[in-house]
Design a protein around this ligand. Structure first.
Ligand code: EPU
Length: 350
């Protein structure tokens, strides 16, 4: 056997390292999704390159799974290689935190707060891994991932090399980034954030202000802000261990001030938050007012707790039902308000 043939053999299916038929419903917070054609867990740079090359040689698409907390995977599953990074190191160097893609996001927040490092306290209790945080540019209670982001290391599948990316290249937007726009090109490996030692914790979001007013706390500490966020989230949002979900299913739409004024004529109490030249409308309000809160479609439903969350019911919940429910909501909201809702959750394998 010549060298070329030996190389080819190395990459040929079957290869015992790649598991077959792993069910994605067990690896996503929506608890939906059929099997991955091939699946591998990866802990190092070389292994990652080898897996990407193996997929390339075997003409398989690649899907990188993080905590599975912002995706809805189809009942058919994923016809390709699913890679899950399980590198989990979290290192602190002065005000910087270097966290590997497979680390649990909330563990990074917890350790940062414990060290008195400010900047991500409002992003407490967001499910998922570090690798998923830049993809969505996660945000909550007035903070966004991009605010403390310094740089990241990713494997560029197109260029076949590891690259370092700063903010400009990541094109962060509201629940958006280059990693969403060019899904499949970059595999996030490590993230570096720059936090502020002894910085003033952020507690300017409406529900946080209300929370501390009720408790009579004037100047909450970093730990108190983290605990408040964890508390509010557990009351307002659905627990995915009980009802499969991926947090907000849709983004909050942004419309022009003129469009907002026009809507106000018909719906006087419609809330809106001015953001530059645009007005952000809470999609939860639109969905609730349109009568969808608690409504069910086969094995899917709109949460009774928060209208922006779609849930999948029971062990046999089907992704197809969630998708159809979402489509029905989009159509109805468009009809009633002339606003087209856009999913924040990634629809995979449909
Ligand atoms: N509302 C309703 N009915 C509902 C829910 C909300 O009328 O059933 C209205 C209320 O007017 C409320 C407003 O919506 O005041 C805003 O609700 P909330 O504070 O819960 O925030 P949100 O805009 O629905 C966003 C993020 C959440 C994040 C919270 C807090 C998006 C798409 N969602 O939700 O993020 O936790 O703000 O900062 O931007 C996620 O991305 O998965 C997520 C949970």
């Amino acid at each position: 056997m010549n060298y070329e043939e030996r190389c080819w053999m190395k990459f040929q299916i079957p290869n015992h390292k790649y598991q077959r038929g792993v069910l994605l419903r067990d690896l996503t917070t929506f608890h939906t999704g059929g099997p991955a054609k091939y699946y591998i867990e990866i802990d190092g740079r070389e292994e990652l390159v080898e897996a990407v090359e193996w997929a390339r040689k075997n003409n398989l698409s690649i899907f990188v799974l993080g905590g599975g907390s912002d995706i809805l995977v189809s009942d058919k599953g994923i016809d390709g290689l699913v890679i899950r990074l399980v590198n989990k190191d979290i290192k602190f160097e002065d005000e910087r935190v270097l966290a590997e893609a497979g680390a649990v996001w909330d563990e990074v927040v917890r350790q940062a707060v414990e060290r008195g490092l400010q900047g991500i306290e409002c992003l407490s209790a967001i499910p998922g891994t570090v690798g998923g945080a830049p993809v969505q540019n996660i945000g909550a209670y007035g903070q966004e991932f991009k605010d403390t982001f310094e740089r990241l290391v990713a494997y560029d599948v197109k260029q076949r090399s590891f690259v370092e990316m700063k903010s400009g290249r990541c094109k962060f937007g509201y629940r958006d980034s280059i990693f969403k726009k060019e899904r499949g090109r970059y595999i996030l490996y490590e993230v570096i954030l720059k936090l502020v030692k002894g910085g003033e914790p952020k507690a300017s979001y409406g529900s946080l202000i209300e929370y501390f007013e009720k408790k009579g706390i004037k100047k909450p500490s970093l730990v108190q802000v983290r605990n408040a966020v964890v508390d509010i989230r557990s009351q307002k949002l659905e627990d995915w261990n009980e009802n499969g979900n991926a947090g907000s299913f849709f983004k909050n739409p942004e419309i022009t001030i003129e469009e907002y004024e026009k809507l106000k004529r018909n719906f006087r109490e419609i809330p809106g938050y001015v953001n530059g030249s645009l007005v952000k409308i809470p999609a939860g309000w639109l969905i609730e007012r349109a009568g969808w809160k608690g409504k069910r479609y086969k094995s899917a439903a709109v949460s009774r707790k928060h209208a922006l969350i779609l849930i999948s019911l029971g062990e046999k919940g089907r992704a197809q039902d969630v998708k159809r429910l979402a489509e029905n909501i989009i159509e109805d909201i468009n009809l009633k308000y002339g606003i087209r809702l856009v999913p924040e959750v990634g629809l995979i394998g449909f």
